[in-house]
Design a protein around this ligand. Structure first.
Ligand code: ATP
Ligand code: MG
Length: 381
């Protein structure tokens, strides 16, 4: 008898050990909801200590609202893994501190001669796998976006090419008529109007061609802080920047990066202008430069205190011709151009919103260009 007791004691200890060291949270409760077993991982997931759980926690408190009720209902039904069982069911757990944790729950009712005496649940924390899933979805979306930008770029380049010559003709011949003929003042005004609009079209075409990398590139080592300062210097006198406080949060002595000064200027100018327009000429423009932890890229965050970008618009802002500005105020090319320039430099650009209003554009540029970006100075066919 003595021996037998020892063996059972040992196996009891062994079972207890098994439960306590399970990689999932294990919680058992009796019919009234009183906790009987509460292992280490259950402590981690729920935020309650084992002592607290065993003395004053009820299983119902582990779920938000009437989650416990739903779990019991499903456990007793046939449909979720057989009567008395629940398999890989996604539920929320309410932590002691109020945080909601997504869980995959495997649970069973423990019977003694057809009588329900307890329930036992295995709680698998889904936060990490959900995080990875979200990461994957995000990457997928980025890939999709890059592909879309690529085909949009090709389309735009094609159209721009087709428009370039006839536009040149319109401008040239309008100018010739204006110079060579004695014209009525009224006719002259109309022709000037034609010339002005044709030039506007030409500018748009130029931007499109630049967006699709059809213009010259001159890649040289650049001090990014200096490049930004130069762009700011050009803008500061513009009326829209008069009442905007510009804060330069620069990391000094950043490594030089290989880039095209003119293109970088153009990119910053577009982003700064957008910020100023979003803030309607008053607020703060904060520009931060820093070295990324891997030491081979430079990060630039451009934050404004405007209204931010609505979630609805956020996926489209880098597309050519996407604009929320009224007719004549914006063509929607600024950010697509910025996107193209960052791509030319082998970098990445994205936009996010600040919690308390305002948008941030985050640009990452590699210090040395990758091999595939070696088309310096050459016009593409
Ligand atoms: N800092 C910002 N805050 C809020 N919205 C912004 C900001 N920057 C860009 N946007 C949004 O993104 C859209 C696209 O910007 P983009 O620069 O490409 O075009 P645009 O400014 O409308 O026209 P364009 O630059 O051709 O004059 C804008 O119309 C605006 O809705
Ligand atoms: Mg713009």
């Amino acid at each position: 008898m003595e021996k037998m007791d020892d063996a059972s004691k040992q196996s009891g200890a062994f079972l207890k050990n098994l439960i306590l060291s399970s990689v999932d949270g294990v919680i058992a409760a009796d019919k009234s909801g009183k906790i009987l077993i509460f292992n280490h991982v259950a402590e981690e997931i729920s935020g309650y200590s084992g002592g607290e759980a065993l003395t004053r926690l009820n299983i119902r408190d582990v779920y938000p609202a009437d989650g416990a009720h739903e779990v019991m209902r499903k456990l007793r039904s046939e449909e979720y893994g057989g009567k008395g069982k629940l398999k890989s069911f996604q539920v929320d757990v309410l932590r002691k501190d109020g945080e909601i944790i997504p869980i995959s729950l495997n649970a069973a009712i423990v019977y003694e001669e057809d009588r329900e005496i307890a329930t036992i649940g295995f709680f698998h924390d889904l936060r990490e796998s959900l995080r990875i899933k979200r990461e994957l979805e995000k990457t997928q979306l980025q890939l999709l976006q890059a592909e879309k930008m690529n085909s949009l770029g090709k389309l735009a380049a094609g159209v721009a090419h087709q428009l370039n010559n006839p536009l040149g003709g319109i401008i040239l011949f309008t100018q010739l008529i204006l110079e060579d003929y004695q014209l009525d003042e009224k006719v002259r005004d109309d022709l000037k109007r034609i010339l002005k609009d044709a030039k506007r079209c030409r500018d748009t075409v130029r931007e499109l061609l630049e967006f699709t990398r059809q213009t010259r590139q001159l890649m040289q080592p650049q001090d990014i802080n200096q490049a930004i300062s130069r762009t700011l210097f050009l803008l500061e006198n513009h009326t829209i920047f008069q009442n905007i406080e510009i804060i330069k949060d620069f990391t000094s002595e950043l490594p030089l990066l290989f880039g095209d000064m003119q293109q970088l200027n153009h990119m910053f100018m577009n982003i700064f202008f957008n910020a100023a327009q979003a803030m309607e000429g008053k607020g703060k423009l904060i520009i931060r430069t820093y070295l990324l932890p891997d030491h081979d890229r430079i990060g630039i965050d451009i934050t404004d205190t405007g209204p931010g970008i609505s979630g609805e618009n956020l996926p489209y802002i880098f597309e050519p011709f996407f604009t929320t500005k009224e007719e004549g105020k914006g063509t929607g090319l600024g950010l697509s151009l910025a996107y193209g320039i960052v791509q030319n430099h082998g970098g990445a650009i994205r936009a996010t919103n600040q919690i308390n209003n305002g948008a941030t554009f985050i640009i990452e540029l590699p210090i040395t260009p990758s091999e595939s970006k070696g088309d310096q100075g050459g016009k593409q066919p």
